[in-house]
Structure formats: C-alpha cells, structure tokens
Design a protein around this ligand. Structure first.
Ligand SMILES: CC(C)(COP(=O)(O)OP(=O)(O)OC[C@H]1O[C@@H](n2cnc3c(N)ncnc32)[C@H](O)[C@@H]1OP(=O)(O)O)[C@@H](O)C(=O)NCCC(=O)NCCS
Length: 179
C-alpha cells in the first residue's frame, strides 16, 4: 500500500477545532512529543524486523500537536495477512481532550481500506493509551509478555489491541471468526 493512496490528509473536528492527519514533510517543525516511553537501549536500534514506518503529523487548530506512524506487521506469507500497526504521541498540552482517541480511530478507519486488521500495542502501565484505544473502539486482545526492551534494561509486557474491518460493518463474519 502506497501512503499516497490512503486519502490523507483526513479531517475531523475535535474539542471545537479542526483536527488534521497528514503525512509528515521534511519542513515540518514538530514539537517535542517524547515521553517516559521513549527510552530505548542503544543496542537494539534500529530493529530490522519492520519496514520503515510511515510518519504523520497531527494538526489541531493552527499547530502541530503530535505525531503518528504506521508500519506493517505480517501474520503470514501472503499480502492478505498483513496488518498495520499504529503509534501516536501528543504534546503534553494537547492530551486529555479527545485528540488521541479520535486520531487513532481516524487513522485506523483509513488503513482498514487496505487491510482487514489495524493494531496497536502499548506498555502495560500506559493506562492513558489503553483508555484512548478503547474509546476509539479497539478491542483488547491480550498481553504480550516481555515483548519490548526498554531503556531501563527490562523487557516490558505490552497490551495488544486491534480494530478489524468487521468491527466497522456490523459484525460481518470473516473466515477466521467461523467455528
Ligand atoms: C496516550 C495518548 C495518545 C492518549 O491521547 P489523549 O488525547 O490524551 O486521550 P483522550 O483525551 O482521547 O482520552 C481517551 C481516554 O483516556 C483517558 N485518559 C487520558 N489521559 C489519561 C491519563 N493520563 N490517565 C488515565 N486516563 C487517561 C481519558 O479520560 C479518556 O477516557 P474515557 O474514554 O474513559 O473518557 C496521549 O496521552 C499521549 O500522547 N501520551 C504520551 C505518548 C504515549 O503514551 N503514546 C502511546 C505510546 S504506545
């Protein structure tokens, strides 16, 4: 899937202001969105297991308030077994106003045009992101134990969430859901 095919930019109104997701451009001045989740051990960068992520910015009103990304996660050798894994980070002053849940829902719906499955994972202690994903309509699937090596030298558990096409179209069955 080509990023240009996704229909970006996509727009909504959130907390009374326009919310726009668009591809990140080299000239964008992106504010610091780093958090306590961004500490990584030097020995594991970059991971060779993923294609390079596609990077987006989130505009709210007249400013950039965050970044998003997606990369492929393959569950089999066929293109049909490819899911898109999304990530997000907002500036501190933009959090807690519905932007995170709205933006993740918007991007997921966009990517579900090209795949059956969009997923997101987050540290098991990141309650804000878990709530935001649930508010965006994602389903909590389970815990990936010791999945992510962090800067504290420990492997952290992740919680995995998904939104799949049949969540959008009233529960039409896929092969996987048949008994
Ligand atoms: C996680 C993040 C994307 C959530 O976006 P947000 O815009 O702040 O969240 P929303 O305003 O959409 O809130 C969604 C839900 O989360 C809850 N929430 C938001 N911040 C919270 C916090 N710090 N603690 C607990 N719950 C929180 C809201 O109350 C809301 O719950 P509700 O549906 O029960 O009302 C944002 O806070 C952020 O960028 N955090 C730092 C980076 C990060 O952790 N990214 C994810 C890494 S995997």
């Amino acid at each position: 899937m080509n990023a240009a095919e996704t229909g970006l930019p996509i727009k909504a109104i959130t907390a009374g202001q326009p919310l726009v997701l668009r591809l990140r451009q080299p000239e964008d001045v992106v504010p610091d969105v780093s958090t306590e989740w961004d500490h990584w051990p030097d020995d594991s960068l970059p991971s060779p297991s993923h294609d390079a992520p596609v990077r987006l910015v989130i505009e709210w009103g007249d400013r950039i308030v965050g970044t998003m990304s997606w990369h492929a996660t393959d569950y089999g050798p066929t293109q049909g077994s490819r899911a898109w894994n999304i990530g997000i980070a907002l500036t501190p002053d933009a959090r807690g106003q519905g932007i995170g849940s709205t933006a993740q829902r918007m991007l997921a719906e966009c990517l579900l045009t090209f795949s059956e499955r969009v997923e997101a994972s987050t540290d098991i202690t990141n309650i804000a992101e878990q709530r935001a994903l649930e508010r965006a309509g994602f389903t909590r699937e389970g815990v990936l134990r010791s999945a992510q090596h962090r800067g504290d030298g420990l492997h952290h558990d992740l919680v995995l969430y998904s939104l799949v096409r049949r969540d959008l179209n009233g529960g039409a069955p896929s092969t996987a859901s048949r008994p």
